[in-house]
Design a binder for this molecule. Structure first.
Ligand code: NAP
Length: 332
């Protein structure tokens, strides 16, 4: 039986990856952070199927201890300070966790399980200032603290591969969403708001500024013309697994080659329940990023050719399935 260590199993991707690996017969060890309010919705269904351990990316020994003890065949790092918008208010912490934290795992693997295969969750935000179509050869041009921390981790993963011969690779993933996406992210914020409005929820969840997600029938968003290449998360974790089954460690772009605006997300989500999005959405300057990333889509050609991977769920299907899941979640 193969053993996989998933750092950040409570994340959207970590939980889907755990589902995939449990189905494939892996022994899965997943890490969570110590939390005062223990509430791990994404992994509740996995309790009893995986082992859960506490570890933090700021604590080298917590990483080394797990790698040393479990001797995993595969290590997936999905943990990070993962919210680009928050990285301006937490630049040091973002560098510490999203950047340096990855070196703590790489070193643990190098010293204690050098034959383990390592996956790093790189983001398209490493190309922040670049527009057009990204391939694996597109130069790094990050333009926010999150993207810069991810670029550092991406390059350190390459460095450990080339310097120490580790099987270490990065998936350069474009945005991917699902019903397990955190409410910090715009797609989920919109689908949750639509469900609360449709179901007449009086006490909606709070948004990232600590205000009710819906106030007087309206949701507050940032720049509506902002564009992203959005895919479906369960398909993206399959790509991660395939990368670690490859003969050689290599980095791959995972995306859909298509971009849409935030306004498109609103239109599809509200129309799905028969509402007019223009009556319920307003922009809030406080939610604008100091610098936006350029319009860029991900060319997944290499992954298609070498890993047999391609996206299957369309953008419209994705938004509708997220609305349906939130209608179910926010029933009363
Ligand atoms: P997510 O749901 O936002 O979860 C982030 C995870 O990191 C959570 O499990 C969180 O734990 C954990 N974490 C945060 N700080 C930590 C620390 N100091 N020590 C240990 N764990 C810590 O992430 P996601 O959307 O699934 O994305 C997975 C990874 O892919 C992330 O690294 C993200 O940056 C990257 N990525 C995501 C996308 C995307 O569109 N989703 C695209 C490209 C790359 P808590 O639950 O305790 O907060």
């Amino acid at each position: 039986m193969s053993t996989a260590l998933i750092i950040g199993v409570s994340s959207q991707d970590g939980s889907y990856l755990a589902d995939l690996l449990v189905d494939k017969g892996y022994e899965v060890i997943g890490t969570i952070r110590r939390s005062t309010n223990f509430y791990q919705e994404n992994i509740r269904h996995l309790i009893g199927k995986i082992r859960v351990e506490a570890a933090d990316l700021t604590d080298s020994e917590s990483m080394a201890r797990l790698v040393r003890y479990y001797q995993p065949h595969e290590v997936y790092n999905l943990a990070a300070q993962s919210v680009p918008a928050d990285s301006w208010s937490h630049p040091y912490y973002t560098g510490e966790v999203t950047g340096l934290g990855v070196v703590r795992i790489l070193d643990a693997v190098r010293l204690h399980a050098p034959n383990a295969r390592f996956y790093q969750a790189t983001s398209r935000e490493i190309f922040g200032g670049t527009c057009g179509v990204a391939t694996e050869n597109t130069p790094v041009d990050a333009n926010n603290p999150y993207g810069i921390a991810k670029a550092y981790a991406h390059m350190m993963t390459k460095c450990y591969r080339e310097s120490y011969g580790l099987f270490a690779c990065s998936g350069i993933l474009f945005n991917h969403e699902s019903p397990r996406r955190s409410l910090h992210f715009v797609t989920r914020k919109i689908t949750a708001a639509v469900a609360c409005l449709k179901n007449g929820i009086e006490k909606p969840p709070l948004d990232e500024l600590g205000n009710p997600l819906i106030d007087a029938g309206k949701i507050k968003l940032g720049w509506l013309e902002s564009q992203r290449d959005w895919g479906y998360a369960p398909e993206y974790v399959e790509a991660m697994w395939r990368m670690l089954q490859n003969e050689q460690p290599k980095d791959y772009i995972i995306g859909t080659r298509i971009s849409h605006t935030v306004a498109d997300v609103c239109r599809i989500a509200f129309e799905h329940v028969g509402l007019d999005w223009r009556r319920h959405v307003e922009t809030d300057k406080k939610l604008l990023r100091p610098t936006e990333i350029e319009v860029l889509v991900g060319d997944y050609g290499l992954a298609e050719q070498e890993l047999g991977w391609q996206p299957r769920t369309s953008f419209e299907q994705l938004i509708r399935l997220m609305v349906d899941a939130d209608l179910e979640r926010f029933r009363s």
